[in-house]
Design a protein around this ligand. Structure first.
Ligand code: AMP
Ligand code: MG
Length: 317
């Protein structure tokens, strides 16, 4: 069921069921952080490996101290500047936080989502919500309630309707080493923006790729069922795969003579924010068409373009 009813959603959560949660980034599969039953259901429904931790969603920055401790000053500054918003902080966890949520790590991932419905819901709950993206493990993240329903059908009894996700790509994850911030995962909030706010360059966590330290960085992730290649030159790639039924995904408009069954343009005006917001919906749409291959155009390597390229790269593995 897809519903607008926040009170009903609360009843499901209070009874340890999990629900589809709208956020500004992507939809989440959410449960009460204090219910082992709910948290186990998230892993089971998603077929997510237990080494892959969940993000805890709290209603306000004041609530971080309910799940984290020894919080670096920079974390407070970032929370002040960017919450509610698409930035997740990795902080030392409080002892009561379930090892299932943190995959046994001493840290917990936490953020305040910037979505009216999500905030209204969190406000009436007596507990935060743990939620990963609401897609089967390694598939494309959902950016509408309908995507979530397509993935899970009746196995997920309630999805809170929150419309299309305004941002459309997961949160940017920032961790700390010796109280110094570093980027764990590129996301909707561009690293440039964080760097110019803090006035420092942020190193990227190097234990990325297939390390369980940062599973959002698994090399294969966010994948459509159709094979995808990422290219700087659409024309050359089309020539190379001319014998195949090609679906095209480009940043802006392209005049092409080759007849492709489907060509999706992420942003007519080549706006990176718009392209990011549409990316996953476009991948879902391409996956529904009878094609052999998706050829995706690389975005300019600036700001959100880096994040989109990161997702397309993982989708191409
Ligand atoms: P998802 O919302 O599906 O992208 O999943 C949440 C992501 O948050 C995980 O894949 C991890 O990359 C990241 N994450 C959550 N908790 C931690 C943690 N304690 N340390 C490092 N990364 C984490
Ligand atoms: Mg995910």
């Amino acid at each position: 069921m897809i519903t607008n009813d926040i009170e009903l959603t609360k009843i499901f959560l209070d009874n340890e069921f999990i629900i589809g949660l709208p956020t500004e980034t992507v939809y989440g599969l959410a449960g009460n952080i204090n219910s082992d039953k709910a948290i186990k259901s998230i892993f089971e429904l998603k077929k997510r490996p237990l080494f892959n931790p969940l993000i805890v969603h709290v209603k306000s920055k004041n609530a971080i101290s309910t799940v984290a401790q020894s919080i670096p000053d920079t974390a407070y500054q970032l929370a002040e500047a960017f919450w509610p918003g698409p930035m997740t902080l990795i902080l030392p966890k409080k002892s009561g936080i379930s090892d299932l949520i943190t995959a046994g790590k001493p840290t917990v991932a936490v953020r305040v989502p910037n979505h009216e419905k999500a905030l209204q819901l969190l406000d009436i709950l007596d507990y935060p919500l743990a939620a990963p993206s609401a897609n089967p493990f390694s598939s494309i993240s959902p950016t509408s309630a309908e995507h979530v329903h397509q993935y899970f059908g009746k196995s997920l009894p309630l999805i809170l309707q929150g419309g299309q996700c305004a941002k459309g790509i997961e949160s940017t994850i920032i961790g700390f080493q010796n109280n110094q911030p570093l980027v764990y995962r590129l996301g909707t909030l561009s690293v440039d923006e964080i760097e110019s706010y803090l006035g420092i360059k942020l190193p990227q966590s190097t234990n990325a790729t297939d390390s369980p330290e940062a599973p959002g960085m698994l090399s294969k992730h966010y994948s459509p069922k159709t094979p995808l290649i990422l290219t700087n030159s659409i024309e050359e790639a089309i020539e190379k795969y001319a014998n195949k039924k090609i679906g095209l995904l480009t940043f802006g408009p392209h005049d092409l003579t080759y007849p492709c069954p489907i060509h999706l343009v992420l942003s007519e005006n080549e706006n990176l924010e718009e392209a990011a917001a549409r990316l996953y919906a476009a991948l879902h749409q391409l996956d529904e068409v009878d094609i052999d291959l998706i050829i995706a155009e690389k975005m300019p390597e600036i700001g959100l373009g880096c994040t989109i390229n990161d997702r397309l790269m993982r989708a191409s593995k």
